[in-house]
Design a protein around this ligand. Structure first.
Ligand SMILES: NC(=O)c1ccc[n+]([C@@H]2O[C@H](COP(=O)([O-])OP(=O)(O)OC[C@H]3O[C@@H](n4cnc5c(N)ncnc54)[C@H](O)[C@@H]3O)[C@@H](O)[C@H]2O)c1
Length: 255
C-alpha cells in the first residue's frame, strides 16, 4: 500500500523521460505528488506523463535542455506556474562518456561533461531555490559513486564529485531558510545507458556484494526518502545506494 508522503506536494523532476528520472516520477506520484517532468526528450517525457495520467496522477511535461540557462529558467518557471509553487526538485539529468583514456580526453570532452553533469545542476538549482525558499522545500540531486572513489572516467567523476561539494555548501547556506539539499550516489543501475553492454552488466552484477546491479526503483526509493518529511533533519548528505560496493572497496569492482 503506497504511503501519501507527498500528498499536496509539487515536484519538478529533470530527466523524467527515462531511467532513474522516470522511476522517481512514478515513486513520488505513487505517494501523492503532482509532478512536472522536464526533459530534452520531450516525447519520452510525454510518454511517462501518459503512464502517470493513466494512474490518475496530475502530471505534465516540459521541454528543457539543462545545458542552456534560458531553457532551464523557462522550464522551472513553467513548472511553478502549472503547479502553483514548488516543494521538491529532483535533478536526475546526467551521463558519462564511457571510460576514455585520461590522456586522450579533449577539452571538449571536459566541457561537455562539466556542462551536462555539474552546470546543469547549477542551472536548475539557481532557478528553483528561490521557489523552494518560499515553500521551505528541498532538492535531491543524482550524483554517482564515481564522485566518491576512483573508478576512472575522470571528466564524469570530477563533475559528480563537484556536485557533492555543492550539496554540502548549499545545505549549509540554505538550511537557515528551511531548505534541505541532498544527493543520492548510485552504483551501477539498469537503465538504457548499459543497453549496449549486457555482458559487462552481468560481470558487474557478480562483483556487487548484494549480487545484483541496481534497478531505477532502488534509487527512486532513496530519493523519495530524502525528499520526504521522513528526512526532515537530514541535509547536505551524499547517500550511496550501491549494493555494498563501497563497503567492499576495490574488490567490488574486480568484475
Ligand atoms: N545508470 C547508471 O548506472 C548510473 C549510475 C550512477 C549514476 N547515474 C546517474 O543517474 C542519472 C540518470 O541516469 P540514467 O541512467 O537514468 O540515464 P538515462 O539516459 O536513462 O536518463 C537520463 C535522462 O536525462 C535526459 N537528458 C539527457 N540530456 C539532457 C539535457 N541536456 N537536458 C535535459 N534532459 C536531458 C534524457 O533524455 C533522459 O530522460 C544521471 O545523472 C547519471 O549520471 C546513473
Amino acid at each position: 500500500m503506497p504511503s501519501d508522503r507527498f500528498a499536496r506536494r509539487r515536484a519538478l523532476i529533470t530527466g523524467g523521460g527515462h531511467g532513474i528520472g522516470r522511476a522517481c516520477a512514478h515513486r513520488l506520484a505513487d505517494e501523492g505528488a503532482r509532478v512536472v517532468l522536464a526533459d530534452v526528450d520531450l516525447e519520452a517525457a510525454e510518454k511517462v506523463v501518459a503512464e502517470l495520467v493513466e494512474k490518475d496522477v496530475e502530471a505534465t511535461a516540459v521541454g528543457c535542455d539543462v545545458t542552456d540557462t534560458a531553457s532551464v529558467d523557462a522550464a522551472v518557471a513553467q513548472a511553478v506556474e502549472r503547479l502553483g509553487g514548488l516543494d521538491v526538485l529532483v535533478h536526475t539529468v546526467g551521463g558519462g562518456l564511457g571510460h576514455p583514456d585520461f590522456l586522450r580526453t579533449s577539452d571538449d570532452d571536459w566541457h561537455q561533461q562539466l556542462e551536462l553533469n555539474l552546470m546543469g545542476v547549477v542551472r536548475s538549482l539557481r532557478a528553483a531555490l528561490p521557489h523552494l525558499v518560499q515553500t521551505r522545500g528541498n532538492a535531491v540531486m543524482i550524483g554517482s559513486v564515481n564522485g566518491m572513489v576512483s573508478v576512472g572516467s575522470e571528466p564524469y567523476s570530477a563533475a559528480k564529485a563537484g556536485l557533492q561539494n555543492m550539496t554540502h555548501n548549499l545545505a549549509a547556506e540554505y538550511g537557515p531558510h528551511g531548505v534541505r539539499i541532498n544527493l543520492v550516489a548510485p552504483g551501477t543501475i539498469r537503465t538504457r545507458v548499459w543497453d549496449h553492454q549486457p555482458d559487462r552488466m552481468e560481470r558487474l552484477a557478480q562483483s556487487y556484494p548484494l549480487g545484483r546491479i541496481g534497478e531505477p526503483e532502488d534509487i527512486a526509493a532513496a530519493v523519495a526518502y530524502l525528499a520526504s518529511d521522513d528526512a526532515s533533519w537530514v541535509t547536505g548528505i551524499s547517500l550511496p545506494v550501491e549494493g555494498g560496493a563501497l563497503a567492499a572497496g576495490p574488490y567490488a569492482w574486480r568484475g
